[in-house]
Design a protein around this ligand. Structure first.
Ligand SMILES: C[S@@+](CC[C@H](N)C(=O)[O-])C[C@H]1O[C@@H](n2cnc3c(N)ncnc32)[C@H](O)[C@@H]1O
Length: 401
């Protein structure tokens, strides 16, 4: 049976837990907050859109889509201001030429998560009596009493996402496993009931299904007024911009081997190397190098010395993500040009790379090793290595010797 373990993270957005991997999909600090702070803000999109009107984003490990959703929300909300300044009546804007071309490719092996993504609520004031539905001490310990909603993801983004998923993956209507989760009362509080109604409406159209057909009557129903406003907004943005969402449900390595796209931004959000080493190897990063624009950026939440070393060995300039608000470094950024790295690695970070902790994960040339083999090979390399341990390095570094 499909296992689904949602809970509310500290910013009110829904996070997931994986019992098989005993790992979290999202930070308990806030699933949506993490997307903004580790992927969207460091991408410096304001600067990018000063000189571009096309963007290609690769969202590796799409999951329930936070990184793509946060991008769409950020982009459309900021873009909307520019449009409003141009002309308040959207119908009079000439749209033969779209303002922007946005291409997002999401890769994710778990189809159900992608299908569920538009329905997941993004911000909620949490009542902590509303405890998690499963036992996990670590998560329970990290959950705070009060919600700290920092960023939002508006309903129109979920509507856009739903329309795009239906378009690229119409088999969503026949996926019983996904629908069973959506309808399960146990998960009701995590899903947006209005979006489910909209989905049911689309589904009810069956073969006659068209995105606009019968919609007006449906939207006129007062109960759906909230959806109606968001729907209009979603349509407006889609009218003004070309948005293509491509989804691939294969292993990211397989998907990328068949891909000829060059991306401006790559979001790498795989489980930690201990769980999913195949997406953190030098060989995989070399493949990413082939798919990154010369001015492009790869962003990831990982601070690991082995990951930073693998980026360097794959030919990238590598730095870290600085969060002004928290005055913290939180993740890694890789680029083909040094000038695109705003915060470089410190002597300490570089020192760590030269310890056992910096030993990289390796795949074979075909990128076909399974996770267990990659882990075993890595363990063996660490055991046989003559490099100093990270703890010894840290001690020496701190003592200033
Ligand atoms: C940390 S979660 C990603 C969270 C996601 N970005 C979100 O917003 O929900 C890691 C995801 O990687 C997926 N995954 C695991 N191995 C994969 C692989 N080899 N290729 C593609 N996706 C994979 C898992 O199913 C899981 O959803």
């Amino acid at each position: 049976m499909y296992e689904f373990y949602p809970y509310f993270t500290n910013d009110g957005s829904v996070g997931l837990y994986s019992p098989q991997d005993d790992d979290i999909y999202h930070s308990t600090y806030g699933a949506l907050t993490e997307s903004y702070e580790k992927f969207i803000f460091p991408a410096n999109l304001d600067n990018y859109f000063k000189s571009h009107n096309k963007i290609k984003i690769l969202d590796i490990c799409f999951g329930i889509g936070y990184n793509s959703k946060a991008f769409l929300n950020y982009f459309f909300e900021n873009f909307d201001k520019k449009i409003s300044a141009l002309n308040s009546n959207i119908d009079t804007i000439h749209t033969d030429n779209k303002f922007n071309e946005i291409f997002i490719k999401g890769i994710e092996t778990d189809k159900n998560l992608v299908y569920l993504s538009p329905f997941i609520k993004t911000s909620k004031k949490i009542n902590r009596k509303n405890k998690i539905n499963f036992t996990n001490e670590k998560i329970t310990r990290l959950l705070s009493e009060k919600t700290k909603i920092k960023y939002n993801c508006k309903n129109f983004v979920n509507i856009i996402l739903l329309r795009k998923i239906i378009k690229t993956s119409p088999e969503i209507f026949d996926n019983l496993e996904f629908e069973a989760i959506l309808k399960n009362k146990k998960y009701k509080k995590y899903f947006d009931a209005n979006l489910i109604e909209l989905f049911n409406f689309y589904k009810s159209q069956g073969n006659k299904y068209t995105l606009l057909g019968y919609l007006n009557a449906f939207l006129h129903n007062i109960y759906y007024r909230y959806i109606s406003t968001s729907y209009k907004k979603a349509l407006k943005y889609l009218k003004l911009n070309d948005l293509i969402l491509e989804l691939d449900f294969r292993d990211a390595r397989e998907s990328l081997k068949d891909d000829s796209n060059i991306y401006n931004f790559i979001f790498l959000d795989a489980f930690t190397p201990a769980k999913c080493p195949c997406l953190w190897t030098i060989e995989f990063f070399k493949l990413l190098h082939e798919h990154l624009d010369d001015d492009g950026l790869i962003l990831t939440y990982s601070n690991s010395a082995a990951i930073r070393n693998a980026f360097i060995k794959a030919g990238f300039w590598t730095g870290k993500i600085y969060n002004k608000e928290n005055d913290k470094f939180m993740g890694t950024i890789a680029a083909k040009k040094l000038e695109n790295i705003k915060t470089g690695l410190s002597d300490y970070d570089l020192g760590l790379i030269n310890t056992k902790a910096g030993i990289c994960y390796r795949d074979n040339e075909k990128l076909s090793l399974d996770n267990n083999t990659i882990l075993k090979n890595h363990e063996q390399e660490v055991a046989e290595s003559k490099l100093i341990s990270s703890s010894k390095f840290i001690k020496t570094y701190r003592s200033g010797k």
